[in-house]
Design a protein around this ligand. Structure first.
Ligand code: SAH
Ligand code: SF4
Ligand code: F3S
Length: 461
């Protein structure tokens, strides 16, 4: 029997997609996958560097694995992902770690594991000069890996993620992503479309297109320039695909109107836009190297709402960026009130080594102030989310069922064969209702009977 591998993902959707690719590559290479660390011969950790906290979680997990290795010295531990790329050698020195492999090197993962199992030597595969244009062989290897293993992950039935771009060129001053994921590259449209077609043939109903600035997807092909709108159009024509999403968008003019237009025109393109503002203060936005003003950003949301009535919009904010005064923070609260998001993700500024803000600016805002601003912003958003959710009371919505609900909610399972299911609307609202588990991966009509800020509760109709 093949060796057992356990993989754990600590990062964003991009990171989870890499995990899915690695899982499927290892499966094909003859490894068995296991959910339990206790059964594993190999443990892989897919890591994130976006905030210090994300890295700390990984380090504490490695501490745990070091302990396990005392009684099981043959256990192979591999660290893959953004933190592997950022720390390289330093991480390889960790007592628990056998393999360090950056995101652009994952096509080698099964060879790296096999080699360590044979010779017991530590192994490093990170990309030197990651900001340089990738040599043809590496791009080719990544494309092939993606095409061969880009199958439905199976964790959420009938749903899949498809990368349309790699890397990022935006260099927001606080952000580590460009340094660990390399320059922005759009994948060829035919490779993307072919992948979606294959997924559809295997039963995928919803595809989420992924990119750090997904709306800036751009691929020149002869006289034609492909935009994200063109991709969404082509993907809409694929039989079997019912819903299409894309994340994350950067507030930018280029292609914006055509993307909103295809959202309005195609019933398959979900009316949902995740478009982080990061701050409501123009001064802070400049220091963040985000190339827009608050006023322009809010106008952009108006433009989206004018073309796509009922669109639901989500955002991200960083509180406590260096130099953020009380006045700057109040400007962010103001923007949040005006933006009328469905939900917002709020993060406390975390200085990342190597980024411009870390090199040039002092992390001046005290931890307690960051915490207070975080809580205050969340409270404002919660009221807005609550109000938006209440609009759903009594309404019928179409949802795609994900599976059994992970959290226990108040209307708990009324029978073993009728558990609580978690589902989502096209506009990304989470809906919990009781139904048979066989609904997972299928569409259902649900009537909303109760609401909370982030969850709608319903009954099947
Ligand atoms: N490419 C996406 C997402 C990047 S990371 C985008 O540009 O929207 C996801 C979120 O993490 C960002 O939107 C930002 O709000 C937050 N983030 C990134 N770097 C951070 C840092 N150093 N400290 C705190 N939050 C950060
Ligand atoms: Fe980071 Fe900015 Fe790129 Fe997003 S757009 S990944 S925040 S540099
Ligand atoms: Fe994602 Fe974290 Fe890397 S947000 S791209 S896993 S640094």
């Amino acid at each position: 029997m093949g060796k057992h591998v356990h993989i754990k993902s600590f990062g964003c959707q991009m990171n989870k997609l890499d995990t899915a690719l690695v899982r499927s590559a290892l499966d094909e290479a003859g490894f068995s996958l296991t959910e339990k660390v206790g059964d594993a011969d190999v443990v892989l950790i897919n890591t994130c560097s976006v905030r210090e906290h994300a890295e700390q979680r990984v380090l504490s997990h490695l501490g745990h694995l070091k302990h396990i290795k005392k009684s099981r010295p043959d256990l192979v531990v591999g660290v893959i992902g953004c933190m592997a790329q950022r720390l390289g050698d330093e991480l390889l020195e960790h007592e628990a770690v056998n393999i360090v492999c950056g995101p652009a090197e994952i096509p080698q993962i099964s060879e790296l594991i096999t080699k360590v199992m044979q010779d017991g030597k530590k192994s490093l595969a990170v990309t030197a000069g990651i900001r340089r244009k990738a040599p043809a062989e590496r791009s080719h290897a990544l494309e092939e890996f993606e095409a061969a293993y880009g199958i439905e992950d199976g964790r959420i039935p009938a749903q899949a993620f498809v990368r349309v771009m790699r890397g990022c060129n935006n260099f927001c001053s606080y952000c580590v992503v460009p340094y660990v994921r390399g320059p922005e590259i759009s994948r060829p449209p035919e490779a993307i479309i072919e992948q979606i077609r294959k997924l559809a043939d295997h039963g995928t109903r919803q595809v989420t297109l992924l990119g750090q600035t997904v709306n800036s997807y751009k691929y020149e092909q002869g006289d034609k320039t492909w935009s994200l709108a063109d991709l969404l159009g082509a993907a809409s024509d694929i039989n079997g695909i019912e819903w299409l999403r894309f994340v994350t968008s950067y507030p930018s003019d280029e292609f914006f109107d055509e993307i909103m237009q295809i959202m309005a025109d195609s019933p398959k393109v979900c009316n949902y836009l995740h478009i982080p503002a990061q701050s409501g203060s123009d001064k802070i936005l400049r220091a963040m190297n985000r190339n827009y003003s608050c006023e322009w950003y809010l106008e952009l949301l108006d433009r989206a709402r004018a073309v796509v009535p009922g669109i639901s919009i989500a955002g991200d904010f960083i509180v406590g960026f260096p130099g953020e005064t009380e006045e700057d923070f109040q400007a962010t609260v103001d923007l949040l009130r005006k933006a009328w998001y469905k939900n917002a993700f709020i993060f406390k500024y975390s200085p990342r080594p190597g980024t411009r803000s870390d090199k040039r600016l002092q992390d001046t805002v005290p931890a307690e102030t960051k915490q207070r601003r975080n809580v205050e912003l969340l409270a404002v958003q919660e009221k807005i989310s609550d109000e938006l959710s209440r609009d759903f009371l009594g309404r019928r919505v179409k949802v795609l069922v994900e599976g059994p609900s992970k959290k226990a909610h108040l209307n708990s399972a009324d029978a073993a064969d009728n558990p609580q299911l978690a589902a989502r609307t096209a506009t990304d609202y989470i809906v919990v209702f009781n139904g048979p588990e066989s609904l997972a991966g299928r569409f259902a009509d649900v009537k909303i009977i109760r609401t909370s800020p982030l969850t709608l509760f319903g009954e099947p109709v």
